[in-house]
Ligand binder design. Structure first.
Ligand SMILES: Nc1ncnc2c1ncn2[C@@H]1O[C@H](COP(=O)(O)OP(=O)(O)OP(=O)(O)O)[C@@H](O)[C@H]1O
Ligand SMILES: [Mg+2]
Length: 226
């Protein structure tokens, strides 16, 4: 599903160039649940942005669902991103003026879906995360755990095959965090391909396997025993 070949990313900071990813080769099968762990500044979010087609690599090749996308322009990237990838962020990234329902519906509007179909899929996704009774609440009227569940519903509504989660429990108390992790595990058992990024080894162990990133390089791949 995800196939990165010798990906590098260099940021041009005026007089100096900073190489943040130094040659990443990574393969994630369809239905696999992988976590990537590493210290702050090691390149985790940069790598997630590459996998999520939010940013283009400096060099290297990236195949997503069999398509070579390193050469895609911004418009092609946003289209494949909308279809193939659901994002879950540490800070939820919900739009504050929109209700839970409207936040979930938004990616489906970008996709050009009619309102009847949008309503059906959005309501289904909100039901799945246990928020059918909060659809008209704005983000500020929801707890952190509920906001993250709205964000997960938004990631799920369009039924993308891949979910990318960057520190999804980082802003949550332990109870809401474990609710979110239970939901992510359930989605994995339903067949989603999941890449979970974290600096927390307890969270990383929830995945089937874990890769360590340090200083822009992947170190080892280990299978987690349950
Ligand atoms: N747009 C950018 N321009 C320049 N440098 C950047 C940019 N984005 C990230 N970096 C640098 O790349 C390095 C890795 O950043 P990244 O956000 O990927 O780390 P991270 O592993 O996600 O850290 P954290 O655990 O703190 O979220 C950092 O040193 C950062 O300063
Ligand atoms: Mg980060």
């Amino acid at each position: 599903m995800i196939d990165l070949r010798n990906i590098t990313k260099t940021y041009d900071m005026g007089s100096v160039q900073v190489q943040v990813l130094k040659g990443i080769t990574l393969h994630v099968d369809e239905g696999e649940f992988l976590s990537i762990i590493g210290p702050s500044g090691s390149g985790k979010s940069t790598l997630m942005n590459m996998i999520g087609c939010l940013d283009a690599p400096t060099t290297g090749e990236y195949y997503l669902a069999g398509r070579e996308i390193s050469t895609y322009n911004e418009k092609q990237l946003s289209k494949i991103r909308n279809k193939k990838i659901g994002f879950i962020f540490q800070k939820f990234n919900l739009l504050p003026k929109l209700s839970a329902f409207e936040n979930v519906e938004l990616p489906l509007i970008y996709r050009g879906m009619n309102s009847r179909e949008r309503k059906q899929l959005s309501m289904e996704a909100l039901k799945k995360v246990g928020l059918s009774d909060r659809i008209n609440h704005k983000p500020t009227e929801l707890s952190g755990g509920q906001q993250q569940r709205v964000a997960i519903a938004r990631a799920l509504a369009g039924d993308p095959p891949v979910l990318l989660a960057d520190e999804p429990t980082g802003n949550l108390d332990s109870k809401s965090g474990s609710d979110v992790m239970n939901l992510i595990r359930q989605l994995s058992s339903e067949g989603k391909t999941i890449v979970l990024i974290t600096h927390d080894s307890e969270i990383a162990k929830e995945a089937e396997s874990t890769i360590t990133i340090k200083d822009g390089l992947l170190l080892n791949n280990m299978t987690n025993l349950f």
